[in-house]
Design a protein around this ligand. Sequence first.
Ligand code: FES
Ligand code: FE2
Length: 382
Amino acid sequence: MTTPIDALRNNVSAPFDEARAMPPAVYTSDAFHDAEVENVFKTSWFCVGRASALAKSGDYVTCELAGQPIIVLRDKNNTLRAYSNVCRHRMSTLLHGRGNTKTIVCPYHAWTYNLDGSLRGAPAMNGNKAFCKNHYSLPDIRCEDWLGWVFISLNPDARPVAEELSEVADLVDGYDMTNYTETFFEEHLWDTNWKVLAENFMESYHLPVCHAGTIGGLSKLDEMICPPGRKAFNYHTILKDESLRIAMAHPSNDRLEGEERRTTYLLAIYPSLLITLTPGYFWYLSLHPKGPGQVQIRFGGGMSDDYKDDAEAQQHLIDLKTLLDEVNVEDRGCTEKVYRGLSAEGATPGHLSHLERPNYDFAQYLMSRMDPSFQPVSASGD
Ligand code: FES
Ligand SMILES: [Fe+2]
């Protein structure tokens, strides 16, 4: 019997101009999901959001990475830190959602931890002779800030994010990603596989149809450029016109020139950080699977600081967020329909358009995570 990994291996052996969509079992099988948690999410960097959302000491966010509940916070020294979000007493989770706190108090019996992870105090523990509070602290998890993005990893051997993603930094250097501030953040759960949503982001082929009710009419297939992917990411670009002023470089922006002043980059940083980066605003999705058929979505965005004194532009961003919410409803409809179709007996992958080049590269990447000896057909770069 062919395993889902063998089915993928067979699928990615085709050259791009003969390629097909990935086989259904890659999306729907428990075995492939388990292999992804092990080989992708346990070993890679995962983005929890923007550093600007953790600006003050005590600001925290929580997440789950490959089954591990994790706290990311800014400590008293203004350093971003990540810890296991599991109490050292009887192992309750500690913090939930996001917020600001001076200490981490367990909701079960109030063992209390400092922002450096050390145990500050524990009520009524003086009767246990073996207990010593200095022996307890929350285990550290790797955490790095790269161009304003906060990443965590469970892999002690993962290369530093700045090394891993240096090609991304070079590609969008003129946009200066540190220069964008998050003004909205939401979490959602959709009934589709995380890769269906990631792939939906990677191609703008669906825009005229899936988004006919919103942005579809503005999307020109012949203005989409889909270069071959790189080892750690893929991208494509689209051009926006003056009708969306906040997608243009601000007049004071002297970092971008020519067409780049109206170019939107759609960056898919593996495994699951998807960034729409325009010269004026950005939004992103950071995805984590919750089983084969559900995806946990971290969704945030905001504007370039070039626009921060421009009240009219700030209002435009609020209008844009309303539009993005409508676009997301359309994407949810399309990606949940794809998952239902993929789950059907007899679902068979069809050929890819040249506008789905990033999807092809993503499949190659995925296979390389499942089998380190696999040599991707296409990826260039280090
Ligand atoms: S489980 Fe946390 S204080 Fe008891
Ligand atoms: Fe879409």
